[in-house]
Design a protein around this ligand. Sequence first.
Ligand code: HEC
Length: 399
Amino acid sequence: MKIHLQALANAAVLAAAALTPAVSNAHVRICTFPGSPSTVLDQTVAREVFNVAGLTVSFGNRGIGDGDDDGISLKELDKVFKKQCDVIAGFPRSPVADGSGSKLLFSSGYLKSGYISLSLRDGGGQAGAPDVVAATYASPAQLIAVQQRDVELDLENSPELTVDAVARGRARRAIVWYPAVVAYQGKHPAQRFDIVSATSPYADWALVFAFDSKNTVLKKRVDAALAKMTADGRLAALTQAWSLPGGVKATQAKTVPPAFLDGPERLADSSQEGRFIKVDMSLPVDAPAFNKAQVAHGKTLYSSACAKCHGPVLEGVTAPALRGPAFAPAANSHLTIGGVFGYMATNMPADRPGKMRDQDYADIMAFLLYSNGYGASPNKLTADAARSSATPLNAGRSH
Ligand code: HEC
C-alpha cells in the first residue's frame, strides 16, 4: 500500500513536470524600451498576461538602446536577450517592419495603435504661416512627415517633445504615435488636441512581446494567455485608453506615394517621372569602375548612415531595398547609375539629405554597385564619374 502511494506521488511529479516544460516555476525577466511612451501600458499588460500564464515577473531596462537616439539594432537585441531579459515588452511591429529579418519570436499583438496627425483643438496657426510639422528624429513619424508635400520639418528628439512642439506652438502639426499623446495628456490633462489618422504605409503599428528564438515554450504560453484575455475582454479594458478613439478621420494631407511597397505601380505613376535621369537605350555604356577599398569604406558608411532605414543587408526596412530586382533588375532598368547617384547625393540619408561628402557618396555607390553584382577594378570611382554615368542600373554579372 505504501509503495503504491509513493509511485502515485512520483507519477504526479513527473506529470506536472511534463505539463510545464522548461519554464515551470520560472521567473521571467521583462525589459521595456526606456523612454517609450507606452512603458506604463507595456508593464501593466505584461504583469497581467504573465500572471494569467502562471509566471512571476520582474522588470529591468538597463542597457536596451540607452542613450542611442538611432534606435536599437537587432544585433544589440541579441545581446540583451543573452544578458538581461527573457522577454521584451512593447516591441513595435508593422507591415513595413515586421522583424522578419531577425531570429526573434513574437507573440500576437496586444495593442494596435497608429501614427496620427496632431494639432491644437482651437485652430492655432494663422493662415499663410508655413506648415511646420513636428516629428521625432529617426522614427517612422519622420518618414511619414517627409512624404507630405509643402511642409517644413521640425525634428524633435523624443515623442514627448514632439507633442510638446504643438502644445507650445513650435509647430502647427505633429506626426506622432498615438500613445505618445496619451502619455502627454496624462501629464497635462488640460491640453486639448485634434487628431486625424495619418494615412501612410508607415502609420500602423502593433505592440507585441518579443522572445529569443529558442523560447518557443514561453511564446506559446504568452499567446495562450493573450487569447484568453482577449476572449474575456480583459485585454480590451487594459488597452482601451491607448487605442485610437473611434471616429478619428483620415487626414487630407497630400502624400507622395511610397515608392517601394509596390514596385510595378511606381513605374506606372507618371508623377514620379523626371526624378531619375531617363535611360537612353541608344547609349550602351559600361558601368563606371570602382575599387575594393571603396566598397569596404562604402559598406562602413552605409552601415552607419543608411542601414537603419534600408536594412543591414540592403533588404529594405522602412525604405526600399537597394539590391535585387526591384532596384537593379536583370534587364531594362528604368534607372541609370548617374540618376541613382544624383538622387542619393541630394536626398539621402533622408534624415540628413545631401550632408555627406561627395567622395563618401561615391564610395557608397561603389558598395551599392558591388552589392548588385558589379565587379571591382583597380580604378577609383569619383563623384563626377558616378554622376555622369548614363549606364542603366541592371544587375551586374556576379563577381
Ligand atoms: C531615415 C530613413 C532613411 C535613411 C537614413 C536613408 N534613406 Fe534612402 N530612402 C528612404 C526612403 C523613405 C526612400 C524612398 C523615398 C521615396 O521613394 O520617395 C529612400 C530612397 C532611397 C533611394 C532610391 C531607391 C529607389 O529605388 O527609389 C536610394 C538610392 C537611397 N535611398 C539611398 C540611401 C543611402 C545610400 C543612404 C545612406 C547614405 C540612405 N538612403 C539613407 C529613407 C532613408
